[in-house]
Design a protein around this ligand. Structure first.
Ligand code: ZN
Length: 288
């Protein structure tokens, strides 16, 4: 049986068709219609129809920005705002006359890296997205573990500093408000008065303010993931998202995590992803 996956992003919609051995049969991307839910729905449907036209039987998975409420089936917390409150899964199922599986980008990332990427040799995988937001997904023996209410792995909204930064989720001091890309850029501006993008910041951290910025980043990264290890004790942690390209997370960052775990033995591998931007669309293929 073939597997068709769609990655719905803020700027592009990508689809891939895999055969039973995970070979790519077809792959296509189109721009995401802006601020128009009906057009997004129509675009996904026509992409699916086009890419599947030569095969009769296939599974269909969709990777979405934002979480899907277990209670209502509606999308929440999406940065593609016209999706919020919409029943994308049900609407697509009605349009295509076919079962659709749908998960957020962190869960799709964790599935893709577990089956095709950096974590193929590990049983319990914690996949981390570090980018505009901070998310996570848990995969056990190549199966997604979404949890009782679909929030399994959402370490980005663990409280790191109880009286800390306000978060859009309504709480204060969430991990995401310290180590997401935008929050790291804000903190840099507070320390230096300069407004710079993360790649520029990383080339100029060899000064006093830079040292403080990096130390605090590593400290927060360490506490955030040490808390995850204390509870889940995964066989591996795989980092994805734009910040996964920061080399010191795999050296100083890893040491910081290890120093905060409640155990005399900590050797959890913290690995860089292998699939890069393709994790979403491949992960969507892996959904059941
Ligand atoms: Zn939060």
């Amino acid at each position: 049986m073939y597997k068709l996956g769609v990655d719905l992003g803020g700027t592009k919609i990508e689809a891939v068709l895999l055969d039973a051995n995970f070979n790519v049969v077809e792959r296509k991307r189109i721009p995401t219609p802006q601020n128009d839910y009906q057009k997004i729905l129509a675009s996904i449907s026509s992409l699916v129809v086009e890419i599947s036209k030569h095969v009769s039987d296939y599974s269909l998975g969709i990777c979405t920005p934002g979480a899907i409420s277990k209670q209502t089936g509606l999308i929440k917390n999406s940065n593609t705002q016209c999706l919020i409150g919409k029943s994308l899964k049900e609407d697509l199922e009605n349009k295509l006359g076919k079962k659709v599986s749908m998960e957020n980008d962190a869960n799709c990332f964790a599935m893709a890296e577990s089956i095709l990427g950096a974590a193929v040799n590990f049983d319990l995988v914690f996949g981390v997205i570090l980018g505009t937001g901070v998310g996570g997904g848990i995969v056990i023996n190549k199966k997604l573990y979404p949890g009782r209410t679909n929030i399994g792995g959402e370490w980005g909204h663990h409280t790191l500093h109880r009286n800390g930064h306000p978060c859009y989720c309504g709480k204060t001091g969430c991990v995401e408000t310290y180590i997401s890309g935008p929050s790291l850029e804000n903190h840099w501006t507070q320390l230096t008065g300069k407004s710079q993008s993360l790649p520029d910041i990383l080339t100029s951290i060899d000064n006093d303010n830079g040292k403080q910025w990096k130390d605090e980043f590593i400290e927060n990264f360490g506490y955030g993931l040490a808390n995850v290890i204390d509870i889940l004790d995964p066989d591996v942690i795989v980092l994805g998202g734009g910040l996964s390209n920061i080399d010191f997370l795999y050296t100083d960052g890893k040491e910081s995590v290890y120093s905060k775990v409640f155990s005399d033995l900590v050797d959890t591998p913290i690995l860089k992803n292998k699939l890069g931007d393709s994790a979403g669309v491949f992960g969507a293929c892996m959904l059941e």
